[in-house]
Ligand binder design. Sequence first.
Ligand code: 5GP
Length: 211
Amino acid sequence: MEQKGILIVISGFSGAGKGSLVKALLKKYQNYSLSISMTTRQPRVKEENGVHYFFVTKEEFERAIADNGLVEYACYCGNYYGTPRAYVESELAKGNNVILEIEIQGALKIKERFPESLLIFITPPNGDELKRRLEGRGTESAEVIAQRLARAEEESEGIEAYDYIVINDDLEECVEEVHRLVDASRKVPIRRKELIQEIREDLKKFKKGAK
Ligand code: 5GP
């Protein structure tokens, strides 16, 4: 039986390497689709509209909220970020696993609205490594880095809400680990309701005396 895809939330501190992880996962395996978020943040150098994000104004974002066009949204460091609904629904229906690379408030809303979603938290091995990665990226000012480290400390309070925590030390290993978790999660009964129902229906025939 064709199985619907699962909704996978990948979160982690800014600088944890989620972006590289997701990129490598999509490159290596076929059955993943990445949702492109909408944001009111300014594009960074090399970021393209419709590729990294849909960059919109505050008014456009608020219209999307009012039209029920987002499955979740949150405010992060002064900007709105949200997940467009249409893409998520159509990819899941096609059987693809849809990845949402989103922060924790959004992740919690997804779990509430889609109890079958899979929440994975990605972290560097420790705090010093996180600071090193943020500084090494060279795209943010010292002030923004400090803001993001402070936010990481707050976010660390919510890690227990996730289904899994994965350390991103070696990227290759991290990709494999996440893929194995997704694969195993597709076999958890809560995500195989249709199959279970089909087996039950099938078994009923014996009760009616079929041979
Ligand atoms: P950045 O500005 O570094 O691209 O993203 C900041 C944070 O917003 C990251 O933790 C990223 O995962 C999160 N984020 C990106 N898109 C969304 C979204 O659609 N919804 C929510 N809730 N968070 C998002």
